[in-house]
Design a protein around this ligand. Structure first.
Ligand SMILES: *[C@@H]1O[C@H](CO)[C@@H](O)[C@H](O)[C@H]1NC(C)=O
Ligand SMILES: *[C@@H]1O[C@H](CO)[C@@H](O)[C@H](O)[C@H]1NC(C)=O
Length: 445
């Protein structure tokens, strides 16, 4: 029974390692805070100049040289009974200047002076007149953030005090005001972009990321960082770093398109353009699944004469495998580890189950042998042999199931254990290829 302590030790070791590995298994698939606004498949030939388009006018850097004149509210009126185009009634900059356009409205139309501090842009009409009826719009412009919001209210004037009130017509508020009474057209927007002064000059950042094939988004490689201040940083694998670029005037035009020139087969992967304007609350991601095809002019010279059928299937082979070979190196070692360990954990757990079954059989056999020695040799060895054989078959699916001597059996089991243990240690490299393929299937759907 000196085997038992050793086996128990093995069990413990295996149990522990598989527990640790399993617990580290499900990797946190945390997603970035930005929303995906577009996702597209793009294909370019190797050697070409690839351009991944990423543009947003809201990312144009409008430096606020005037300091805090970048927000404005204005109230307009249209749809009056007298007809005529929309007319501006009153406007106000975030700096606090209020302008009333018609002389007759001065002192009659009021905006709260603290509108941009409190987010209350409501218009007060001191004493409603018949001509005030119409469609009013409260318009908020944020020049710095390229934001525009508008709210419509219809004002109706009545002589009947009991008809006064407000209701919703399905699209907008309808306010019925009594002639001569004050009317408050409510327009409240407390979102911080309308109420805060912005202090930092540039909170605009653009990133380009790249995921080699099969790598999830949270493990993407950063390729480029661009700041509105003009600062730039390039990362990414050396083989790619020198071939990617974004135009120097990107922030002036809001065009952050990535050029890859010249394109190589190994550049395949998923590219993401992240636009962040922290102050304006802009967080957008554009995703490109880049495929690289054979370069156009190459195929003709590669066809060897005569060998038509097989050459077709073998000719395109070198490039994809080259690309895959590179990407496997990029993928597995630094990034696929958690997933790989998870799989390894399953393998080990299965192994453990096998070993436990094996031990149970060994112990059961030994016990029975010891207990049944009185009447052993002559009578029961046939039936016992059968027993053992059945068990062995079940567990080992054995080609070597017909051992009868106990010594040989023990040796044999030792060997199996050793083999299993050896397998557990040697399997990872062989296994990793399959796992990688599995993953790729999963992520490249
Ligand atoms: C907005 O300001 C007006 C005064 O101009 C006031 O009567 C009204 O209650 C305010 N609304 C809110 C929601 O603060
Ligand atoms: C390809 O080879 C086969 C015989 O190997 C021949 O019958 C066939 O005509 C060939 N096709 C072309 C396009 O050369």
């Amino acid at each position: 029974m000196e085997l038992q302590p050793r086996v128990l030790l093995w069990e413990l070791v295996l149990l522990q390692s598989s527990a640790v590995l399993l617990s580290s298994g499900p990797s946190g698939s945390s997603t970035a805070g930005s929303s995906v606004v577009s996702e597209s498949e793009v294909t370019w030939a190797a050697g070409a100049r690839a351009v991944l388009r990423c543009q947003s006018p809201r990312m144009v850097w409008t430096q606020d040289r005037l300091h805090d004149r970048q927000r404005v509210v204005h109230w307009d009126i249209s749809g009056r009974r007298s007809g005529g185009p929309a007319r501006r009634l009153v406007d106000m900059y975030s700096a606090g200047e209020q302008r009333v356009y018609e002389p007759r409205d001065r002192g009659r139309l009021l905006l709260p002076p603290s509108a941009f501090q409190e987010g209350n842009f409501s218009l007060l009409i001191r004493a409603v007149e018949e001509t005030d009826a119409g469609l009013y719009t409260c318009n908020l412009h944020h020049h710095y953030c390229h934001l525009y919001e508008s709210l419509a209210i219809r004002l109706e004037v009545t002589d009947n005090p009991r008809a006064a009130g407000a209701h919703w017509d399905g699209e907008k508020e309808v306010l019925v005001a009594e002639r001569g009474a004050p009317a408050l057209l409510t327009c409240v927007n407390r979102a911080h972009v309308w109420t805060d002064r912005h202090l930092e000059e540039a909170q605009q950042v653009v990133h380009w990321d790249r995921q080699p094939p099969g790598v999830p988004h949270d493990r993407a490689d950063r390729l480029l960082d661009l700041y509105a201040s003009g600062e730039r940083r390039a990362y990414g694998p050396p083989f790619l770093r020198d071939r990617v670029a974004v135009e120097a005037d990107a922030f002036a035009r809001g065009d952050f398109s990535l050029r890859i020139d010249p394109l190589e087969p190994a550049d395949e992967g998923t590219y993401s353009c992240h636009l962040h304007h922290h102050y304006c609350g802009l967080h957008e991601r554009r995703v490109f699944h880049l495929k690289v095809t054979e370069p156009a002019p190459e195929p003709p010279p590669r066809d060897p004469p005569g060998n038509n059928g097989s050459s077709h299937s073998s000719a395109p082979a070198p490039d994809p495998t080259l690309a895959r070979g590179r990407s496997v190196i990029n993928v597995i070692v630094p990034e696929g580890r958690a997933h790989f360990f998870q799989q390894l954990g399953y393998v080990l757990a299965t192994l453990l189950l096998f070993i436990l079954l094996l031990i149970t059989v060994v112990l059961a056999t030994r016990q029975r042998r010891r207990g049944g020695y009185e009447y052993s040799d002559k009578k029961s060895w046939k039936s016992k042999g059968k027993d053992v054989n059945v068990a062995e078959f079940a567990v080992v699916a054995g080609d070597q199931a017909f051992y009868r001597s106990e010594d040989i059996q023990l040796d044999y089991k030792n060997n199996i254990l050793k083999e299993r243990a050896g397998l557990a240690h040697s399997s990872p490299p062989a296994k990793s290829v399959d796992l990688d393929k599995d993953f790729r299937k999963e992520y490249c759907k």
